[in-house]
Design a protein around this ligand. Structure first.
Ligand code: SF4
Length: 191
């Protein structure tokens, strides 16, 4: 099949600003607005659900397996298949090796220790470990997001953040600026 690129041209931050909602690990409006909605529109305009199968690349990990039923329901009336789930022993390393053997160049992100290459290592759904890796390898990108996050907080007056942390059983927003401050403090070895 020919490869089709679908997109509406906005960035995640444009979606956050328009919706006045900062995407985070729990709710990411960018994912729906920039990926699911445009895909669904394209499928509606170009395919017949009775003869079309959607192939989705969930991997055989337990986490991805748990996601499959909801994804299947979400794409109805199209039929969805997850070919990689039929290969239970398939590891990420084996998939990357197979891709290379087929002449594909996997994104650099995998070599740098990221588990995916979404949105330039700036996915708002990612956790602290991922963002610290972004800080290490792409400090300018991290700084840009930290600044945008601070501006969003100031403009809306809301105590919101991309990341979260749990202290004493209570969950609090954790800003990228604070994450970087703690990281730098730990590197200096000061309490
Ligand atoms: S990869 Fe992450 S930041 Fe990018 S659109 Fe999806 S949820 Fe949003």
């Amino acid at each position: 099949m020919p490869l089709v690129h679908i997109g509406d041209g906005r960035t995640p931050w444009e979606v956050f600003e328009q919706k006045q909602y900062l995407g985070n690990s729990r709710i990411a409006p960018c994912s729906y607005a920039l990926k699911i909605l445009p895909c669904r529109r394209w499928l509606t305009d170009n395919t017949d659900p009775t003869t079309t199968v959607l192939y989705i690349g969930l991997d055989p990990s337990r986490r991805d397996r748990r996601r499959a039923p909801a994804i299947e329901r979400g794409w109805r009336p199209w039929r969805v298949e997850f070919p990689l789930l039929d290969e239970p022993g398939l590891s990420k390393a084996a998939m990357l090796a197979e891709a290379r053997a087929l002449g594909l160049t996997p994104p650099q992100a995998y070599e740098l220790g990221f588990s995916h290459a979404n949105c330039g290592q700036l996915c708002v759904r990612a956790g602290q470990k991922h963002w610290l890796n972004t800080l290490t390898h792409f400090p300018d990108r991290f700084a840009d997001y930290a600044e945008r996050e601070q501006k969003f907080r100031t403009r809306t007056g809301k105590d919101v953040a991309i990341l979260k942390e749990t202290r004493g059983g209570v969950t609090y927003p954790l800003t990228l600026t604070e994450l970087r401050r703690r990281h730098e403090q730990a590197q200096r070895g000061t309490p």
